[in-house]
Design a protein around this ligand. Sequence first.
Ligand SMILES: [Zn+2]
Length: 599
Amino acid sequence: MTRHSRSAPLAALTPTHTGPVSWQRLLKWLHEDGVISAEESERTAQRCSHAESAQPALERLASVGVARASDGAALDVEELTRFLARRAQLEYLRIDPLKVDAGKVADSMSASYAERHKVLPVQVTAAELVVATSEPFVTDWVAEVERQARRSVRRVVASPAAIRRYTAEFFALARSVRAAQKSGGAAGTASFEQLVELGKSGRQLDANDQGVIQVVDWLWQYAFNQRASDIHLEPRREQGVIRFRIDGVLHPVYQVPPGVMNAITARVKLLGRMDVVERRRPQDGRIKTRNPAGEEVEMRLSTLPTAFGEKLVMRIFDPETAVKDLAQLGFTPHDAERWQALVARPHGIILVTGPTGSGKTTTLYSTLRRVATEEVNVSTIEDPIENIDPRLNQTQVQPQLDFGFAEGVRALMRQDPDIIMIGEIRDLETAEMAVQAALTGHLVFSTLHTNDAPSAFTRLMELGVPSYLLGATMLGVLAQRLVRTLCPQCRQPDEQAGTELLAEAVRPWKINKGNYRPFKAVGCVDCRMTGYRGRMGIYELLAVSDAFRAVVHGDTSIAALRKQAVQDGMHPLRLAGAMRAAEGLTTLAEIIAATPPLQ
Ligand SMILES: [Zn+2]
């Protein structure tokens, strides 16, 4: 009771502050209003003054853990934000994306303006525009926005993280809703919000409900727009979660009530010609649709029963893969030339290696498309067929019918092929079939799970392939990784990524420091605040020479194979990646995370 009567007059007496709130100021206010003790204020000031930081005051204090006087609990960023709002005598807002009409608010301000001033419109009515900020004492933007929007601005206070995240989210969302409407969505489109409301009302939604149809269309356009590779629909106890995988990382994009999630899942299953009633067994399906640019996009669907319902994943196949040339895939001119020479050979084995998700299939498809001319028969045996292409004869393995890779190659060989692609070599039988095919005059492509190119030889020998047969058939091995590329909109020259770091990463090699122009990741609306946009391949290409063949024998070592490969012109993965970082296309951190160290 006493604290209540104490804090109100104090706040009113405080001289009006203007400008950004520093952590020192925020700390002082917290103490003045009795939220924290004098000792805690002192202790926090000590800890914060140790290091300079560009972090907003709210996040700075939340990160060092300031203890509340009443119960000793650490104040989190939302509580600190709520306190700041009270101090500024403004409303605190925890932004709920489901309550915001993204299309409408995005029309009231440009993305770049919102980003520059770190403000986010959250509601538009006839008379006013509600704008969230985490700097309630910075008001220089208000007059301009009022003039532009022809409405009075009402400011509310939200945490800096929420403003950053939803600025990226809402403007991206608004763009794709517009794209979806342009590509044929009916006027008066039911919004996600309306559908969510329906779901809450307990009304039974089904796959053919108009709102469900539109939301599924919209979801796809949104995913294409965001360059997502996968859409995850995940049922949970309270709320279903929709997440997109973008550049290899999952981002939550929406939460929906279970009823809405079920209806969306049912709709997608219906379109994928799956059994909508069956919900206790895993199923797969395929869907073809079009992206905002009008290109055909293919998606592979799979469901899995979980504790709270059916989980559905839609994997999106990038239609651009078809037209990407080697440079777009990330090949350097040095390696592009060597790869082209390899794939022009009439017979032998060419392997692509790397972990799952390293882009092996993309490299193989774009290579096969290049070699698949009218004069040759290109046949594949895959698990599963990822991309259907009219130039290729594609077959899917069916293990339940005892039709695996080895049986598949055996069957293919009777089909008079010139070029064969085997999805993966996992066992001796398949490896032997590949060798057999190469020895009888075919060009064979396949993949293998190894860390680098030289290990492909030792792995095949471990499987039981005699070294002399490898010497007779192997043409080359391409090891690869995918790394995120820096967002061209927001990347900044990186003064700190000194040449020592680079030198350290590529030792014992040397990179010409004169060409070193590193950039760092920053984050903007275009890249969802990640600082990265898109991915590129990093390659290590081993081309088998006569000298290399002499090293391939039963007692060989990886070190000996690697040494000869390097002498023949192979750039190891770490080195190839570091060269990309030196060009400012990606970062050294990204390369170090993705590639094995140099030996
Ligand atoms: Zn960016």
